[in-house]
Ligand binder design. Structure first.
Ligand code: COI
Length: 357
């Protein structure tokens, strides 16, 4: 797919601007890694302060076989996106929110973390260094993956003596193969994603390892993703492997409250704001599986997923479930998605990258 540099002309209603991009099949981007030109790296030793980082050519890392992250899972990641505006400039969506979430997660995982300014500067530098990989307007986005790992060597269980903060990027399209069509979820009844007092509320790498088994089985059976229930009552919704969940009933929107076992999604928070701004009542509260099956509409939110309507829920191995008729899925979520995309996503709460250098 990759080739030499090409030029894409982005047409805006007011003017035209020529934007240099790599030669990619921009119409068929998937959510899959396309290695780009540069990554960013910054290290920190026991004093808890990160030294000045640098851009490096994208490539393999040198890591001790005894690194804390490899043995004891001391690692966190973030996900955010850069969008190309019609005038060719590049916008980041609320990078400070990701910086703050990484700091909260790092505290839980006994790791030092970059300051908000260090984090945002690193993101801007990495995006600018890879700007020819930012898709043309409307063709996708540049997914940015910041990573904080215990890179120092340990043997006994303890925090690592050295930490590495990395940022790399990849152009991406839709997360689900369904594209913008509704996804099919299965409710997981055996495995749980998180437990009270655990790390489900932070973006630690182990949270994603623990969902792989249920997710693999679900995909083999044709589902898009897995919805997890709380581990105590096996009754209340938590989140989907890759995103948060919302249900709509009689025009009231409900989503599980952030109580330590679900991730405080930045898209979740933005969609709550957009929905309230449009006059919807939004409740952050326990949501039972019965309420889910009785909902008028269900949808998911996440950085990678953005806003995905749900077309069917399978609960207890097809014995109980719900399929929404085409006229009911996506009614509220499509409105919220378009408001988010046009006023909130790339164009509100924005932070241009061009002031980074
Ligand atoms: C994101 O939406 O950025 C995430 O980190 C979820 C991941 C499973 C792709």
């Amino acid at each position: 797919v990759l080739g030499a540099s090409s030029t894409v002309r982005c047409e805006a209603s007011m003017y035209k601007q020529t934007v240099e991009t790599v030669d990619l099949d921009w119409d068929n981007l998937e959510f899959a890694l396309l290695p780009t030109d540069y990554m960013y790296m910054m290290k920190c030793c026991q004093n808890g302060t990160f030294s000045k980082g640098e851009l490096l050519r994208y490539g393999p890392l040198e890591l001790s076989p005894s690194s804390g992250v490899l043995h004891y899972g001391q690692g966190l990641f973030e996900g955010l996106k850069a969008y190309r505006k019609e005038d060719g400039s590049i916008l980041l969506f609320r990078p400070q929110e990701n910086a703050l979430r990484m700091r909260i997660g790092a505290d839980r995982m006994c790791m030092p973390s970059p300051t908000i300014d260090q984090f945002v500067d690193a993101i801007k530098l990495t995006v600018l260094a890879n700007k020819r990989w930012v898709p043309p307007t409307g063709k996708g986005s540049l997914y940015i993956r910041p990573l904080l790992i215990g890179s120092g060597a340990v043997l006994g269980v303890s925090p690592a003596p050295e930490y590495t903060f990395l940022v790399f990027v990849s152009p991406v399209g839709n997360y689900f193969k369904e594209g913008l069509a509704p996804i099919n979820l299965i409710v997981e009844n055996e495995y749980h994603r998180a437990s009270p007092g655990g790390t489900g509320g932070v973006k630690t790498i182990g949270n994603y390892a623990s969902v792989l088994r249920a997710l693999k089985k679900a995909k083999e059976n044709g589902y898009s993703d897995v919805l997890y229930l709380d581990c105590i009552h096996k009754k209340y919704l938590e989140e989907v492997s890759s995103c948060n969940i919302f249900v709509v009933k009689n025009k009231v929107i409900s989503t599980p409250e952030v109580n330590g076992t679900i991730l405080p999604g930045i898209t979740r928070k933005s969609i709550i704001d957009v929905a309230r701004g449009q006059g919807y009542q939004v409740e952050e509260c326990p949501v039972s599986v019965e309420e889910l099956l009785d909902a008028d509409e269900v949808f998911c939110t996440g950085t990678a997923v953005v806003v995905a309507p749900v077309g069917s829920i399978t609960y207890l191995e097809r014995r109980q479930g719900r399929v929404w008729e085409q006229r009911s899925w996506g009614r509220v979520s499509t409105t919220l998605f378009f408001t988010y995309e046009t006023t909130d996503g790339p164009f509100r709460g924005q932070d241009g990258v061009d002031n980074a250098v």
